[in-house]
Ligand binder design. Sequence first.
Ligand SMILES: *Cc1c(COP(=O)(O)O)cnc(C)c1O
Length: 387
Amino acid sequence: MSGSATGDGGRGFTDAGDGTRAVRAGLPEPVRHEPALPGPVFAAHYHLPGDPTGPYTYGRDENPTWTLLERAIGELEAPGQDDVETLVFASGMAAISSVLFSQLRTGDMVVLPGDGYQVLPLVRAQLEAYGIEVRTAPTGGDAQLDVLDGARLLWIETPSNPGLDVCDVRRLAEAAHARGALVAVDNTLATPLGQRPLELGADFSVASGTKQLTGHGDILLGYVTGRNAEAMAAVRRWRKIVGAIPGPMEAWLAHRSLATLQLRADRQHANALAVAEALRERPEVAGLRYPGLPGDPSHKVASQQMRRYGCVVSFTLPTRARADRFLGALRLVDDATSFGGVRSTAERRGRWGGDAVPEGFIRLSVGAEDAEDLVADVLRALDAAAQ
Ligand SMILES: *Cc1c(COP(=O)(O)O)cnc(C)c1O
């Protein structure tokens, strides 16, 4: 929410550590006999005699449960920046589409990553159908720099999903701004405790809250945090006309989950590093990627702009059959899509057909189990898959 919102929130804790800020994020001023985090407000409309003035008029436009969640996410994405606004959405794709389709007009040009989230090619086709030119370049090596001339918007996804390449957000944002383009960063994989795109120069931080932000694999959610009031007004208008709003229950569950974000992020990061280190020793594992692994091609840039490296590890087994045997032999890691949850999941990405990855490519989302148990399970499954 904008700085005019009341409540101490975490705003009084701008300089505190991530755990402190996460547990307090977005909380209202304590009120005697009221809970610390008020429950979800289920309302299609609000009492509204006379002139229809806000904040709460109709349920598609605003909801008090969203307000608290938006304040919480804003405090984590941009601590101490009261001019920043956050809007929550029904899903990550709703948030992404709201930025692209509210900011771009026929005749504009946008630069997307060529190796980003698997739905981006569908988005691309829709943008092109509206007469918007789309250029793509890979995330690694800041290759998007080469196609920026004439862009109205630069879309960055770092680390990229599922390839885990990282680009230099500050460098790309400066180049884009020098050309008059806006910059959006998909912050899904990193979470606001992993990196803060606005501090690195981006105009928007956009993310799926379905993944590690909420971390339990039980809700879909998305958000946009932005500093440009005019641009955010257009994003808000888009949410209103498309109606891609989260339910109050989802919003409340998300806010409740934020309290443990730092605990989960630290634990999952440590577990992911342990699993990546174990995988590194295996001769059948190729193309191992984890930005937190010293020696990873992304590590140098990642260490300059990230504070945690996330929970996703990717690697390739020699064949599709071997990858399927590996997934089938895992006991602590469910074969499922998505990532970021407290329960480990993994999948053979090639089964979707949307990513340019080898048949044996596996995206492993490391959960909050005990590291020794996870490493043992992964090594045992690799042995079983070799038979
Ligand atoms: C999952 C994901 C999305 C889409 O989010 P939904 O909540 O599934 O709509 C967007 N970007 C990235 C990087 C993702 O991983």
